[in-house]
Write a protein that binds this ligand. Structure first.
Ligand SMILES: Nc1ncnc2c1ncn2[C@@H]1O[C@H](COP(=O)(O)OP(=O)(O)OP(=O)(O)O)[C@@H](O)[C@H]1O
Ligand SMILES: [Mg+2]
Length: 240
């Protein structure tokens, strides 16, 4: 059973099709990167998959469960593109809030929080109001909140935007360690260099996939050495 299965997924806003027959399958334990220009439908796809937006038609399943389904919420982690934190609460209180939301008890939250704060390198900021953090720091807290309940499937919408280069490397190392534990990750990014860390990438354009595969295979088929050029190749092919 794949971790994520999407077939003929359509999402309309009025007459506009943000998702136009999206087919996507992500295996358990896979790191899958969705790439594509602004407005391609990446965030919409994640929102429909996580149950935040209602699909117009088609099918979306997570861990074999047809979405939307509330029962699966505890097995999913979601880091939104626009940080959704309570700025009037401290870092600790935000983590506690999300932990409680997922039914964790205090001891479990504290234990997990210690590891996460170390990983995002914000141990000293534990009791600071989120409002007083820099943009990149807020981003790091948002990632920690998505991970508090050790989800099996993780949706990360542009997780490394605004994150400094050093921390980006540690984010990717961390994603690798989550993968080793069997976590499935679907992420979006505009950093083409990051795509090489993914097991597979999918190029999205106008609400559907126009190419997918292992980064090396994608490049080989397009006959290019950069993913930017490869995207242009597949976009041109799609327009023909
Ligand atoms: N709530 C909404 N109402 C109307 N149109 C919407 C809504 N949400 C998204 N759209 C439209 O759907 C399309 C896809 O948007 P989406 O946010 O999924 O793109 P994206 O691939 O995530 O882009 P980006 O790289 O900029 O984050 C865009 O044209 C956008 O304007
Ligand atoms: Mg987006």
């Amino acid at each position: 059973m794949p971790a994520i299965h999407v077939s003929k997924l359509e999402k309309k806003f009025g007459d506009f099709k943000a998702l136009d027959g999206l087919d996507l399958e992500v295996r358990k334990g896979e790191v899958y990167g969705l790439l594509g220009p602004n407005g391609a439908g990446k965030t919409t796809a994640i929102k429909v998959l996580t149950g935040l937006l209602k699909k117009t038609s088609g099918n979306a399943e997570i861990l074999g469960v047809r979405m939307p389904c509330k029962d699966i919420a505890q097995r999913i982690g979601y880091m939104p593109q626009e940080t959704a934190l309570y700025v009037g609460l401290t870092v600790h209180q935000n983590l506690e809030f999300f932990g409680k939301l997922f039914g964790m008890d205090k001891a479990a939250i504290l234990a997990r929080e210690a590891d996460l704060l170390k990983f995002i390198d914000l141990e000293k900021w534990r009791d600071e109001l989120v409002a007083n953090l820099s943009g990149g720091m807020k981003h790091r807290v948002s990632l920690a909140c998505a991970l508090i309940h050790e989800p099996e499937v993780l949706f990360l919408d542009e997780p490394t935007v605004g994150v400094d280069p050093e921390l980006r490397v540690s984010f990717w190392n961390f994603f690798g360690s989550l993968k080793e534990k069997g976590t499935t990750i679907l992420l979006t990014t505009h950093y083409m260099d990051e795509a090489s860390h993914c097991d597979r990438v999918g190029f999205m354009r106008s609400g559907k996939l126009i190419a997918e595969g292992e980064p090396k295979a994608i490049l080989k088929e397009a006959g290019t050495s950069s993913l930017e050029d490869a995207f242009l190749f597949y976009a041109r092919r799609d327009m023909q």
